[in-house]
Design a protein. Structure first.
Length: 144
């Protein structure tokens, strides 16, 4: 019995690890983030269209306005399912998707602005080697 429980724990840990790797891959890929946003708006549009009986254009409009947290109020859900869908869409985009996209853009800006080129890194390494050689020549016992 204990072996079965241990096997299930390891299986659950592996599943969680795989899930976290997928989330990390999506979070670090601008293309996958765009796909998640488009998929989210498309699926929520279709579900809203079915739940509320609106046209596809109106449901896409509702989905984009809701997902971007603009919320004009010209379309609002009347059914319970539509209200739950709206809540999930706002929560997902506000607390997961928008911060992930913002962090991705910020990381891209920071990395590209401050990164050394390969040549610059090699020059720094050579300069440090020269400085260390000079310091060792001046005071060999202190650096060893």
């Amino acid at each position: 019995m204990a072996e079965n429980v241990t096997g299930n724990i390891h299986s659950e840990e592996a599943t969680v690890r795989i899930g976290m790797n997928i989330v990390r891959r999506i979070a670090n890929s601008p293309g996958l983030l765009v796909m998640v946003f488009l998929t989210t708006t498309t699926v929520s549009s279709i579900l809203y269209m079915i739940a509320e009986g609106t046209s596809f254009f109106d449901s896409v409009y509702w989905s984009l306005v809701t997902a971007t947290t603009l919320g004009y109020g010209d379309f609002s859900p009347q059914s319970v399912f539509g209200k739950v869908l709206t809540s999930f869409l706002i929560t997902f985009t506000l607390f997961v998707l928008i911060p992930t996209i913002t962090a991705n853009v910020a990381a891209w800006l920071i990395v590209n602005r401050d990164a050394f080129t390969h040549e610059e890194q090699e020059q720094i390494k050579d300069s440090l080697t020269e400085v260390l050689a000079l310091l060792k020549a001046e005071a060999p016992s202190k650096l060893d």
